[in-house]
Write a protein that binds this ligand. Structure first.
Ligand code: ATP
Ligand code: MG
Length: 433
């Protein structure tokens, strides 16, 4: 037996229903705001992540899956999507002098200690916007995520935390103030933080070490050292959110674990998942495009963790009926199998949205019926020797107390269309296929 790699999960057929529901809702949300999908490689040159995420970050220091390609190039499995998206944008000229609203979905890889809500292969839905400098688009991204929580039925489980990191210049000044404070309390810093005091002191605010919480809560706040423009930008974001009734709290220690952020940063957090409480995180990263060799360009984005989000969505709010088959075709006897096979294909031709399982492998009526019931289908279509001879087919209602019908095979399409009209219309209106 060969097992999967630790921290890399299989998502089984029972689980994918929830995943597809979330993904489908996300796709519709993106279309509703005019965002377009990009699909990018899982592997990039290691240098890309070092230069964008920052050398002195958890990700680059200890979490990347890095290896040499056969020709000696150092490659890394993407730990996040933003760097690759900027790289692709620069390479194909998607960014310069234009507005791009983009999204992507897919696996990310980080060598972390696997635990509930933290894996080595995990999945993100991500959004990046290029070419818009104003606070309105920051607010749009947050409004979009807030709407998403409503669609998924998790709005009452998440809260929004906001902060502003200001401009690099404002941060340089703040950095000195912060270092002075932390040096006064050097004995309370853990090993990682002592090391980062020189290399990347802001990162210390992002520490997950509970022993340092009190110290960090009393630390000087970046938000009080903001430059005027960043202050105005941040106030405008807050105002927009207030206008549309999206509540938030200011978390002055929110710095995010990646170096490329500036100005607005935000996280949607929950206490329903234990320690791994951040479901969605993002912010503005105006410096990154230039840092990766492009002309200066505004950029803002977020990523949300699929595993955490799927865990948050209640079983009850997933419309299972949208994925369950409409009908299960039972075929008892050789003649029935032959007639049924043809009939099933004709039905699929006539009703393209139909979800029909044709029974395969024979067996008794009773055993086929059990499978029909277990499949979750609404209707059982019954074809035995008797029906074949009479040119008919039985329709049994599996989910309601209603007398079985027998219809002429030639009229089956029409009957099915009638019987399923309601479910075909309503489900595809809500969660379109
Ligand atoms: P955390 O603080 O939990 O380590 P992060 O700040 O490293 O998260 P980001 O890089 O901002 O995470 O990624 C965005 C989202 O992706 C997170 O909010 C989380 O939902 C999800 N995520 C990040 N790392 C993992 C992981 N190892 N396993 C599962 N989900 C993850
Ligand atoms: Mg992390």
């Amino acid at each position: 037996m060969i097992n999967a790699i630790r921290g890399m999960n299989d998502i089984g057929p029972d689980e994918t229903v929830g995943w597809q529901f979330v993904e489908q809702q996300f796709r519709e949300l993106m279309a509703g705001y005019g965002y377009r999908e990009v699909r990018l490689p899982l592997l990039e040159k290691t240098e890309l992540f070092k230069r964008s995420i920052g050398e002195v970050t958890d990700i680059v220091e200890k979490e990347m899956y890095t290896f040499d390609d056969r020709n000696g190039d150092s490659l890394t499995l993407r730990p996040e999507g933003t760097a690759g998206c900027v790289r692709a944008g620069l390479e194909h000229g998607w960014l310069y002098n234009q507005i791009q609203r983009l999204w992507y979905a897919g696996p990310m890889f980080r060598h972390e200690r696997p635990q509930k809500g933290r894996y080595r292969q995990f999945h993100q839905l991500g959004v990046e916007v290029f070419g818009l400098a104003g606070p309105d688009v920051d607010a749009e991204l947050i409004a979009m995520t807030a709407r998403f929580w409503h669609h998924l039925g998790v709005a009452d489980k998440v809260t929004l935390e906001l902060n502003s990191l200001g401009t690099p210049a404002a941060r340089t000044h703040y950095r000195e103030v912060l270092v002075a404070y932390l040096e006064d309390h050097r004995d309370q810093l853990d090993e990682d933080s002592q090391r980062r005091l020189k290399s990347n002191p802001l990162r210390i605010l992002d520490s997950k070490n509970p022993d340092m919480r009190a110290l960090l809560e009393d630390a000087p706040q970046l938000v009080t050292h903001l430059d005027t423009e960043s202050r105005e930008h941040f106030d405008a974001v807050c105002e927009r959110l207030t206008d549309i009734g999206v509540a938030f709290t200011l978390n002055t220690n929110l710095v995010r674990g990646l170096d490329y952020y500036s100005r607005t940063v935000f996280e949607w957090v929950t206490d329903a998942l234990g320690a791994q409480g951040t479901v969605c995180a993002g912010g503005r990263y105006d410096g990154l495009v230039e840092q990766l060799g492009g002309k200066p360009n505004s950029a803002v984005g977020f990523a949300l963790g699929m595993e955490r989000l799927v865990a948050l969505v209640e079983e009850g709010s997933i419309p299972h009926h949208v994925f369950a088959p409409h009908a299960y075709l039972l075929m008892v006897g050789d003649d029935a199998q032959q007639t049924g096979f043809k009939l099933a294909e004709q039905l699929r031709d006539a009703i393209p949205d139909l979800r029909l399982i044709s029974h395969c492998g024979g067996g008794s009526f009773k055993s086929q019926m059990k499978k029909a019931d277990k499949s979750g289908a609404v209707l059982a279509l019954i074809l035995g020797d008797e029906e074949v001879q009479a040119g008919e087919i039985g329709i049994k209602f599996l989910r309601e107390d209603r007398a079985q019908q027998s219809v002429n095979q030639a009229e089956l399409q029409t009957s099915m269309q009638k019987l399923l009209r309601k479910s075909l219309e309503s489900e595809f209106a809500n969660v379109s296929a």
